[in-house]
Design a protein around this ligand. Structure first.
Ligand code: FES
Ligand code: FES
Length: 207
């Protein structure tokens, strides 16, 4: 039947109504995971449309000219583009210290900084500490004092420990514990880590 005023047939209006309500029902019952996946693809689409930026980094004494998406963290760049997997991704949130590296001699959590922000800087990772086959004194002290169990936090602990001494924050055991508190060890190797740091500090070797 058709409406004389608007010229629309009731069957069509009913069909339209069923079509719209069908779409709304489908949206309502779509699992959140599917919606999230669609959003992520959308993000990927936007990200790939953003131009990569050219940067230069000196990593462990080697200069790299790189092309980097602005959203990439320094940690992901080191691990995924330069294949330096010594720096670990524990939390990716700045809470565990497993990703600690030195930037121009200062320790930072590499998961908390974008690679493009470090353009032109000198980065040292755990791979850059030893001189050939000769371990860095802090690496040797960690081995001597059993400063690790599973070893996952160890690269970050060692990078932080070196910086802790250089900053002048390793004068007492309490100070070492305070200034190493950003580096979490799930295995609880803290007392041995402190012993290793104390030994290097008291040994007075240049680090
Ligand atoms: S991975 Fe960077 S602080 Fe945990
Ligand atoms: S040695 Fe296992 S987390 Fe520290």
């Amino acid at each position: 039947m058709c409406n004389e005023n608007d010229g629309k047939c009731h069957n069509e209006s009913r069909r339209d109504f069923l079509k719209v309500s069908g779409i709304l029902t489908a949206l309502a019952i779509t699992p959140a995971s599917v919606v999230k996946a669609a959003e992520e693809n959308w993000d990927e689409g936007i990200a790939s449309a953003i131009e990569k930026m050219p940067i230069k980094l000196e990593v462990n004494g080697v200069v790299h000219s790189l092309s980097v998406e602005p959203r990439v963290t320094l940690l992901d760049l080191l691990r995924e583009q330069l294949h330096l997997t010594g720096s670990k991704k524990g939390c990716d949130l700045g809470q565990c210290g497993a990703c600690t590296v030195h930037v121009d001699g200062k320790r930072i959590n590499s998961c908390l900084t974008l690679a493009v922000m470090q353009n032109g800087k000198k980065i040292t990772t755990i791979e850059g500490l030893a001189k050939g086959d000769e371990l860095h004194p802090m690496q040797a002290a960690f081995i001597k004092h059993d400063g690790f169990q599973c070893g996952y936090c160890t690269p970050g602990q060692i990078m932080s420990a070196v910086a802790c001494i250089k900053e002048g924050h390793a004068n007492t055991e309490a100070e070492i514990r305070e200034y190493m508190s950003g580096n979490i060890c799930r295995c609880g190797a803290y007392s041995n880590i402190v012993a290793a740091i104390k030994e290097v500090k008291e040994g007075g070797k240049s680090i």
